[in-house]
Design a protein around this ligand. Structure first.
Ligand SMILES: [Zn+2]
Length: 98
């Protein structure tokens, strides 16, 4: 599998570190249900087929955090976006890669 970093171009998977689901949000530690919320946040994940949005770190490249949209059944990547753009709501699909 190869990932097209928006800054470095297409690179081997060996240059990246997978960091998990990009759609989950860290719970509020001050919430009265914080303990249960953190258990769910850390341990309860769906493992469904199809497209996932994943957080990847370009460790051997530009050190950027990226949100990769990938079909976990076929490994086809349909979008690679800088995580900061996703967080700021300014992201758009940048690359199509197989
Ligand atoms: Zn990069």
């Amino acid at each position: 599998m190869r990932i097209a970093c928006p800054y470095c171009g297409e690179r081997s998977l060996d240059e990246y570190l997978y960091s998990g689901d990009a759609t989950v949000r860290r719970p509020d530690f001050a919430s009265p249900t914080a303990q249960a919320d953190f258990v769910k946040y850390v341990y309860e994940r769906k493992n469904s087929p199809g497209q996932h949005r994943e957080l990847w770190y370009h460790a051997a490249g530009c050190h950027a955090w990226l949100v990769v949209t990938r079909d976990v059944s076929t490994h086809i990547i349909t979008a690679v976006e800088p995580a900061k753009d996703v967080a700021l709501g300014t992201a758009s699909s940048m690359k199509d890669t197989a």
